[in-house]
Write a protein that binds this ligand. Structure first.
Ligand SMILES: Cc1ncc(COP(=O)(O)O)c(C=O)c1O
Length: 339
């Protein structure tokens, strides 16, 4: 039996009808042409208008992975370092290690029902090590917590403009009470700030590999990142434009995901062998009782789909699937819990 692997926080509700139409109607003959003109990007223009930020401060890339690969590759391993919170997107450390770039981690605090960033520890390590790049992810993968706005400001107020600050917002759209205008205002105030986003999660386009950054003026110079001379993929730009035009569809499925996620959290809280953390993303993190973890892994290995990913310290991250996935997975947890 081949298993359906759906544990990478993909959005299983799928892209908007207008996106699918754009894919079906794309005139295939156009693939033999570059984007018209040099450095031209209809998508950057659209994002510039939508976020009210000059087009030169919008950068398009082939997914956040592509962005981080380019960014880290430009560092000097003799003197530069990267500071990130503990429990981060695994690729950060994997790629920094590959390049032999010094990789520093500050603490995340585990509370009763959620995690929080230890901003004092962040600033302490920052002051000792003066990293070239500071990356915070909010909401964070895999812990699901957000960085409160006041803490973000505190960090920005206490670091040098020579440090590039990246706020990874891969999981935007699932955070309650997020106020975009406040973040956009920061870009003018802190020129070393970048907000980076992907079309993979909220827009359900993980397989297409598209992302973008909104960069403070200095951040853009610091990363020495060229806008693509011959342009970005024409078909991807068209699809991303259609996604941006489909806000009501995406808002609706984000609300469904949030509702399902919170239902799942409440259900798991009634079980005795799991500690589940609050989340503002499309996944949740659980700590599994040591006594049942092998049994649980064994059971999951027999299932037709795999929605959970095991991490260190008996932690398990569960992506929010469609209701039928979540219900089936909850039934499996309940079974094991009762053994
Ligand atoms: C925090 C975070 N940043 C970046 C990425 C990579 O996103 P993309 O699909 O745009 O490469 C992920 C993917 O899971 C992620 O969790």
């Amino acid at each position: 039996m081949s298993q359906l692997i759906i544990n990478r926080n993909e959005n299983l509700y799928g892209p908007a009808p207008k996106v699918l139409e754009t894919i079906h109607n794309f005139d295939a003959i156009n693939v033999s042409r570059y984007q018209e003109g040099y450095y031209n990007s209809p998508l950057a223009k659209k994002i510039s208008a939508q976020f009210a930020i000059p087009e030169e401060q919008v950068i398009i890339f082939y997914g956040l992975e592509d962005f981080f690969r380019n960014l880290f590759s430009g560092l000097d391993k003799k003197q530069d370092s990267i500071l990130v919170n503990q429990w981060h997107f695994a690729y950060f450390k994997k790629y920094a290690d590959f390049l032999q770039i010094k990789f520093l981690e500050f603490k995340l605090i585990e509370n009763e029902t959620d995690f929080s960033f230890d901003i004092d520890d962040c600033l302490k390590i920052y002051n000792e090590q003066k990293p070239k790049i500071l990356i915070l992810t909010s909401p964070n993968n895999p812990t699901g917590n957000v960085l409160p706005f006041a803490e973000l400001e505190k960090v920005l107020n206490n670091i040098s403009l020579d440090t590039l600050f990246i706020l990874d917002e891969a999981y935007f759209g699932y955070e309650q009470n997020y106020q975009l205008e406040k973040y956009l205002a920061l870009l003018a105030k802190y020129p070393n700030l970048m907000l980076v986003r992907t079309f993979s999660k909220y827009y359900a386009l993980a397989g297409l590999r598209i992302g973008f950054a909104l960069a403070g003026k200095k951040a853009k110079e610091m990363i020495n990142y060229q806008h693509r001379y011959l342009g970005f993929s024409t078909i991807l730009e068209n699809i991303a434009l259609a996604a941006l035009d489909s806000e009501s569809y995406y808002e609706e499925i984000a609300q469904k995901i949030i509702k399902e996620r919170d239902w799942f959290i409440n259900q798991v809280r009634t079980l005795k062998n799991f500690k589940i953390f609050n989340s503002q993303t499309n996944f949740v993190l659980l700590r599994v009782n040591e006594k049942i973890i092998d049994k649980l892994k064994e059971q999951i290995a027999k299932e037709e789909f795999v929605i959970a990913l095991f991490l260190k310290d008996n932690m398990m991250r569960v992506s929010s699937g469609l209701p039928e996935h979540n219900q089936k997975f909850l039934a499996l947890l309940k079974n094991i819990d009762n053994l």
